[in-house]
Design a protein around this ligand. Sequence first.
Ligand code: AMP
Ligand code: ZN
Ligand code: FE
Ligand code: FE
Length: 285
Amino acid sequence: MKLVDLHTHSTASDGTDSPAGLVKKAAAAGLAAVALTDHDTIQGLDEAGQAAREAGIEFIRGCELSTSTDQGSMHILGLWLPQDCASLEGFLDTLQQDRSRRNRAILEKLDRLGIKISMEELEAKAKSSIGRPHFAALMQEKGYVKSADEAFREFLGINGKAYVPKLSPRPEQAIRLLAGLGATPVLAHPLLRPRPAGWLEDLVRNLGRIGLDGLEAWHTTQNDADSSRIIALAEKYGLGLSGGSDYHGENKPNIRLGVGMGNLAVPEEVLIKLKARRKAGGLPC
Ligand code: AMP
Ligand code: ZN
Ligand code: FE
Ligand code: FE
């Protein structure tokens, strides 16, 4: 049976393959289908969709939304985004505007600390949206810190001297928005961070009530025991299962499309079951 990859990143966010390049690679690797799920943007989807038609591979329009909880960040994948996503685009624009405000505020704080970086330098560094990793890279290049780690610890991280929080939605808001568009909301890499016992189950139960449709049971960072735990949770709350590599191109060079670090395999059957859930709910795919 062929494999699919339902979690990937292109240059539209923090990957290094163009959306079209990524889709071509997925087709060349023999995958039956690929979803593009860039962080907080849908800008790569049209280009990727066109490339998929040319390469003859099934393509799923997606995104990965960052949300915050009382236990840190949670990522929500939206799969089968419709062509018209005006409400999502409005939401993403608001986040982007808040990012610009925050980047200016970080620059001012750094300036007062004697660290001279300009917006132009940041823009040159970032292929798409500017974030703290770009600040860290510049600070290192200019000799203000020895490593990105030091940049985060001393300046950019939550306890750093130039920390500025950013607007971050709650998972409920992301789920409602995605479900409202007729997309399939999936909780990404549910076990990426350790959380108190029972916390994840409470979250899954609550989000399931407002439209969460699946859990990412297979992911590069998850072993067989993790997958089994997630599958049991999904069964308990009547949710579907998804899986993907979280491919980022050269930004995460040991993760390959479709196979992750070599031992990931998401069979086409997983996609077929997700589509059956959509059909049962009257949704297109
Ligand atoms: P931003 O979206 O601008 O808040 O930046 C978030 C990104 O910064 C994350 O995706 C990480 O890649 C990176 N990051 C966050 N905390 C750290 C840290 N302590 N050390 C290195 N990178 C970090
Ligand atoms: Zn990423
Ligand atoms: Fe993620
Ligand atoms: Fe991701």
